[in-house]
Design a protein around this ligand. Structure first.
Ligand code: PLP
Length: 409
């Protein structure tokens, strides 16, 4: 059996690849179906008003998923529920709650904590640009203390409701030791954004994180055609999230739930194949004199970030096979310039302090042939260094003079 996640699997739990194609589909045989159905109902009929009223009361006061039909689609949806069950299983969590986007998911987590008077968040930069913005901008009344992992314990206050980290982080792919960080958090819940690694490479719950967040828009959907977010966590936190989702309405559409469940079935295969190509591209980039630094995480994955001697915008302008677009985790390869696009919303000083260089490019490697990808990238790099004149030659000499050229691990 191929237990892919780095931790030792719990006895009796099936391997990740098996869960990916079976979890959440347990009721299909009794329904006489092979593929999961899509339930697009916004409402569900009931002739028993008293019973219906009691069910609404029970849901609103506990957040615990109702047995039987959901009453109204903002409470729950059977198609979305299948995706939630499957994702929870893959993450090794008791439950999961899905939202309309990754940002809606993070918003719900912050509202759960704020509703308990815990508005202070300790967070490690870099984070995805909009997550940084949501915390830093104070839109939800959140107050944030930015620190590095070593400073987390000292930054925690009596009103700290959450510690938040991304590992590997967007866009530098810097990594944090989740086990050590969870220990430093004490009783404060640790949220790990696992969008980049996916449960195929890393299961933060097993390492002590209480909350695992995904932009399901990325690898979980995997085809660039569905937007969603999901939080994997324990039953108590999931119930609180369902109450917030019911009240605020950031629900995942059932068609998206259907596509995300389907996406999960190929997640292990996609992530492993794209990671192999990403590791190879990271190796080739590290040996290229037009590239000053390569970031590739120890945990692996399909993201590669690299800094160029020339103008990174010229590389974006030069790609032909690779799509110059924000987002990541699709079957095709995407590249973007974080300082201009994904992390534009983060103040320049904060970006630089978090290690996001203006020369950094972030590439999400897809399932194309690795040699085709390299030809395209290599030509685009050529375009970048030609147009920036002698910079390439000068920096190649600089590298020979002992400048560390690459941080590939
Ligand atoms: C994209 C992304 C998000 C936000 O998710 P949306 O689905 O775009 O709302 C959060 N975290 C990370 C790491 C991301 O890459």
């Amino acid at each position: 059996m191929d237990h892919v996640a780095s931790n030792v699997p719990t006895p009796g739990i099936r391997a990740l690849a098996t869960e990916a194609v079976h979890a959440g589909r347990e009721d299909l045989v009794s329904l006489g179906l092979h593929a999961a159905p899509i339930d697009l109902s916004t409402t569900y009929p009931s002739h028993d008003v008293a019973e219906e009223a009691a069910r609404i009361d029970a849901f609103a006061s506990t957040g615990v998923r109702l047995d039987g039909p959901p009453v109204y689609a903002r409470l729950d949806n059977p198609t979305t529920a299948r995706f939630e069950t499957a994702l929870a299983r893959l993450e090794g969590a008791a439950d999961a709650v899905a939202f309309a986007s990754g940002m809606a998911a993070l918003t719900a987590v912050l509202l759960v904590r704020a509703s308990m008077g815990l508005r202070h968040v300790v967070a490690v930069r870099p984070l995805y640009g909009c997550s940084d913005h949501l915390l830093d901008g104070g839109l939800l009344g959140t107050e944030v203390t930015w620190t590095d992992p070593a400073g987390v314990a000292a930054a925690i206050r009596p009103d700290t409701g959450l510690v938040m980290v991304e590992t590997p982080a967007n866009p530098t792919l810097s990594e944090t030791d989740v086990r050590a960080l969870a220990h430093a958090c004490g009783s404060v819940p640790l949220l790990v954004d696992n969008t980049f690694a996916t449960p195929v490479l890393q299961r933060p719950v097993k390492q002590g994180a209480r909350i695992v967040l995904h932009s399901a828009t990325k690898y979980l959907g995997g085809h660039g055609d569905v937007m969603g977010g999901v939080v994997a966590c324990d039953a108590e936190f999931a119930a609180a999230l369902r109450q917030v989702r019911f009240a605020t309405g950031g629900v995942l559409h059932p068609l998206a739930g259907y596509l995300l469940l389907r996406g999960l079935s190929t997640l292990p295969v996609r992530v492993r194949a794209a990671s192999a190509s990403a590791a190879e591209l990271a190796r080739r980039l590290a040996g290229d004199p037009r590239v000053s630094r390569v970031h590739y995480p120890a945990v692996g994955g399909a993201m590669v970030s690299f800094e160029v001697h020339g103008d990174p915008r010229e590389v974006i302008a030069g790609v032909r096979l690779i799509t110059p677009a924000v987002s990541l985790g699709s079957v095709d390869t995407l590249i973007q310039h974080p300082a201009s696009i994904s992390h534009r919303i983060v103040a320049e000083g904060d970006r630089h302090a978090a290690g996001v260089s203006d020369r950094l490019l972030r590439m999400s490697v897809g399932l194309e042939d690795v040699d085709d990808l390299w030809s395209d990238l290599s030509e685009a790099l050529g375009a970048g260094s030609e147009r920036s004149g002698r910079v390439g030659a000068a920096s190649a000499a600089h590298c020979q003079a002992g400048e560390p050229q690459s941080a590939v691990r």
